[in-house]
Design a protein. Sequence first.
Length: 220
Amino acid sequence: MPGRSRHVYFEDEIRRPEAGRARGQSSRRRSLSTDRVHSVYDDLTAMQGRDRMVGRDAYDQLLRENQFLRMEQRERGSDGARIAELLQQNRELLQQNRDLQRENRELRRTPSDLSDGEGRKDASKVASLRKKVARLEAENEQLQTKAREWKAKAADYRKLNDDTNLEFENIRRREEDALRRLERVRKNFDLKQDANQQLEQQISDLTSALDMERLRRRHF
């Protein structure tokens, strides 16, 4: 009995290390797998962080380049508008220059420089223009002569008008003076007439008195 129990105990002791060894191997395998998973996860996290940093740096760089390009584009746009304006002004000046050159050539040309038909036509025009200019100059001279004559007449008329106004003023003053004298004469005449009436009344009274005196004497 005791020997059998020892044998059984031995068997049991033998089995426990195997079971513990199996459990240790399993836990080691699990820990290795977990380490591998964590390692891969850490690697992925690090890679993602590096990717994010690289992506952010690249984005910032692209953003700066974009802003710079936009500013450069605006400057080029304003410069382009200014250049276009200057080119337009240059074209206009060139056209004006060509027009002036053509006009100068036309003005410098003489009938001998032109073809026969054009020369005769232009010569006829020049002759007609000269006649017209001569006629206009003559008319202008006549008008100037008439203007001088009318100016002199106007001066004479002004002098005559001034003299007439002065004479009229003198006549008006003389007339007013004559009217004042006539008024004085009229007043004097009225006074003398009153005096004559008084004198006539006195004479009449005296005559009546004399007649009465004669009658009285005749009766007495």
